[in-house]
Write a protein that binds this ligand. Structure first.
Ligand code: SF4
Length: 204
């Protein structure tokens, strides 16, 4: 929920503040006052709204017996989607990173795979998921998701993709390992030779 419409490095700061305030369990979030949560959530989108929603989410998760119980159920995706503020992208991200390899359709995937001509980026979430199902990348979906996000951050930018130039500077994470060894200096997009939109200046 905190990552929705927010930059990862800012969400990392939010998580560190929540950790310092000992507000990283569902039980503690259940009783957290929105007035206490709001300043801690600065950096995530719409902090006052999130501050009201987080205790509701905690209540729903605890009612369901916890996330592990949700994931063990007959239809974990439906159970996740029934939680407050959890849409298809969030549900699929949770599944992908808890052992069920499913595609995660996000803005990075639409942009990168759309420019590469592999999917129709204007499709609905469900249609795009179906288009992905026939792609055979040889990679687990969660790995592909991570690679696409990195590519969208460093090369395939929204307005000025860096097709021929070095990737964007590394992001300023509190934990330096998150954006260090895996994005070394380079001379351009590694997919440029196969990309039909190489050199595009903007994309709608
Ligand atoms: S060549 Fe340019 S438009 Fe194509 S994937 Fe690379 S950065 Fe994106």
């Amino acid at each position: 929920m905190l990552c929705q419409q927010s930059r990862w490095e800012r969400v990392e700061q939010v998580l560190l503040r929540l950790q310092a305030a000992e507000l990283v369990t569902w039980e503690s979030l259940l009783g957290a006052q929105p007035a206490v949560l709001t300043p801690l959530l600065s950096g995530s989108a719409y902090p006052p709204t999130r501050a009201r929603l987080l205790p509701r989410l905690a209540a729903a998760v605890l009612d369901a017996g916890g996330v592990a119980a949700l994931l063990r159920g007959a239809d974990p995706r439906a159970a996740l989607l029934a939680l407050p503020q959890v849409g298809p992208e969030t549900a699929d991200a949770v599944l992908a990173f808890t052992g069920t390899s499913v595609p995660v359709v996000d803005a990075y995937l639409r942009r990168v795979l759309g420019r590469l001509g592999l999917v129709d980026p204007t499709s609905s979430y469900g249609d795009l998921r179906a288009q992905l199902a026939v792609l055979d990348t040889g990679l687990p979906w969660e790995v592909l998701h991570g690679l696409i996000v990195e590519h969208g951050i460093h090369h395939c930018l929204t307005k000025q993709p860096r097709c021929e130039s070095a990737g964007s500077p590394r992001r300023d994470y509190a934990e330096p390992r998150k954006c260090a060894a895996h994005c070394p200096p380079c001379g351009g997009c590694p997919l440029a030779d196969v990309c039909p939109r190489r050199g595009v200046e903007s994309w709608v």
